[in-house]
Write a new protein. Structure first.
Length: 388
């Protein structure tokens, strides 16, 4: 509850009038003081009345890509039976306030409001709770209460289509990955004989039954495993404008693109952060949707230890996959030499540096380094990488 300047003035006047009237025996002044005190008490009772409101809020949809439309639908109902609700209300949507028309909301009636959610930036946009302000007619006291629960709208990074996916050191059990070697160790299916097939692969029992030669088709049993390591150190992305590091946003778009491409082809993929509680030191699977984690991730700075050294040590010990994709910024160009210790654990390594002013030298032999400007440039370069 907030007492306005007018309320403090009236309260001071009431005290002064009552004190002067009783001290010097002026009943007129005492009567004015009683009236002022009564007006202030009426303001407290009026502003303190709690309306019975029912608030229902949902976002449609609650998960969108950056720049895609999202709308919040808000329904407010007066569940009181006797009096209308004379209120001022506003809903929180990220950093802005949205006015809600509930002035003189009659008993048993509802009011509905829909408004767009700003999705121009990646992140988690909090929506709600509803702030309802109750004032007395004289403007002496203001009381604000919150109604309804908060909902979050997850704005994922923009996804750029990637046509190629890593093949890694292993191959696909179901033949879903290109360049799968046939004639390997696991039976997959039978097919008709074609010129050039080895006779030792002919399945004679089935051939006798169907009346033509049938051969066994085999594929390898393993899948390529991809590890996406996103460098979220503030040191790696030094240029920040209006609270946004463009190189970090581009790295998040690249990470989302790799994740979507891997999931599209049913390939195991793991997202890790260099710094923060979800880094490799916290374990390989901190939980949560990878795209939701990308929406919520922020730059991390001020650590006393070296997060990249900790990350490389954990990756070398755990061997979480066979293809490592590191996405970083121009501030980390001098740190790539530390990745040499991972060469034995990850046969295929790709490092992408966003926004670098000069070409980035390869930190170790066999490591592919890409210098790109943004997420779209990453997608164009990715499809031309020779290892896949």
């Amino acid at each position: 509850m907030i007492v306005t300047a007018r309320g403090y003035g009236l309260l001071a006047a009431a005290v002064t009038l009552l004190g002067t009237g009783f001290r010097f025996a002026y009943p007129e002044l005492a009567l004015l003081g009683v009236a002022a005190a009564g007006a202030f008490g009426y303001a407290l009772v009026t502003a303190g009345w709690r309306p019975r409101l029912a608030v229902d809020r949902h976002a449609d949809p609650d998960r969108v890509g950056r720049g895609e439309p999202a709308t919040v639908h808000l329904t407010i109902g007066n569940r009181g039976r006797l009096r209308p609700a004379n209120l001022l209300a506003e809903d929180r949507c990220g950093p802005r306030r949205v006015p809600v028309p509930v002035l003189r909301l009659r008993p048993g009636r509802d009011t509905r409001v829909s408004y767009p959610v700003p999705t121009t930036r990646r992140g988690v946009v909090p929506v709600g709770p509803l702030r309802v302000t109750r004032r007395d007619p004289l403007g002496l006291v203001t009381l604000t209460r919150r109604y309804g629960d908060r909902v979050d709208v997850w704005v994922h990074p923009r996804v750029h289509p990637l046509h190629a996916v890593p093949t890694g050191a292993g191959r696909s059990l179901d033949g879903r990955v290109d360049r799968v070697p046939h004639g390997s160790i696991t039976f997959d299916s039978l097919r008709e004989y074609v010129v050039g097939d080895e006779l030792r692969r002919v399945h004679w029992r089935t051939s006798a039954r169907v009346g033509e030669l049938m051969v066994r088709e085999h594929v390898d049993t393993s899948l390529p495993r991809i590890v996406v390591l996103l460098d979220n150190r503030a040191h790696a992305h030094p240029t920040v404008v209006d609270g946004v590091a463009d190189t970090f946003e581009s790295a998040c778009e690249a990470a989302a693109s790799v994740l979507v491409a891997a999931l599209r082809d049913d390939l195991p993929v793991t997202l890790l952060l260099v710094a923060g509680p979800d880094g490799p030191a916290a374990g390989p699977d901190p939980g949560g949707s990878p795209l939701d984690r990308l929406a919520a991730v922020e730059l991390h700075g001020g650590a006393l230890d070296d997060p990249l050294r900790t990350a490389t040590t954990r990756l070398r010990q755990d061997r979480l996959g066979d293809t490592l994709v590191l996405l970083t910024g121009p501030g980390a160009q001098g740190d790539l030499g530390r990745l040499g210790a991972l060469r034995g654990a990850y046969p295929s390594m790709l490092v992408t540096v966003f926004g670098a002013d000069a070409p980035t030298p390869a930190g170790t032999a066999g490591m592919v380094v890409l210098d790109v400007a943004d997420g779209a440039g990453f997608a164009a370069e990715w499809d031309g990488v020779r290892p896949w």
